[in-house]
Ligand binder design. Sequence first.
Ligand code: NAG
Ligand code: NAG
Length: 186
Amino acid sequence: MQLNAVLLSLFAAAASAAPAGDERKFGIMALRSASPIHFAPAKATQGKLVFNLPDSKMDAQCTDGSKGEKGAIFTLKDGELYLYGKDQVQQIYVNRSGMGQGVLGYFNKDTSNPPRNSELKGWAVDATENLTFDGTGLLACPGGDDAFYIWASGVDKPAGIEGCLPFSARTVTQNDAAECTYSTRE
Ligand SMILES: *[C@@H]1O[C@H](CO)[C@@H](O)[C@H](O)[C@H]1NC(C)=O
Ligand SMILES: *[C@@H]1O[C@H](CO)[C@@H](O)[C@H](O)[C@H]1NC(C)=O
């Protein structure tokens, strides 16, 4: 009886201390038919998540020598979303405050704090493998050079940007993905 309790608590401790490497790793693919982002993979650079940015602008440092051209890799833990990496813990934040209007990005968790008013928790993958934040899909807004930056939903024209597209963020498992450190503006 007592031994069982000890074993159970050891098991629980081992489960909660499981290294990040055991978690599902996935890319994000935009689903929005008849739009320029349909099937585009989400990429990460300069602290932002973006679709359709040319490969030449990608600057991640990945263990396989690539620069994140094929798309960023993510992991989900306790409702929080991370980039899959090794040297840095890089986490996604959302700023739905009046000024933030749904601005979304990532920061280096070990060396900096999330931007003021940001939310970290609220991410989930639903039964159809769509990634949601606070139960809703995401928004892609034009940012020049045919690129579309990812925002959280809530405001149709965040920061006054015209032409934003709501999209479904389909997660695609990539368990053999390389680890990358993505660039930030810090
Ligand atoms: C988030 O919004 C607050 C205002 O509510 C602002 O001070 C802060 O700079 C914003 N962060 C980002 C990254 O935009
Ligand atoms: C997931 O995304 C697809 C494509 O947009 C959509 O058809 C489906 O309804 C979404 N699933 C849920 C549960 O909203």
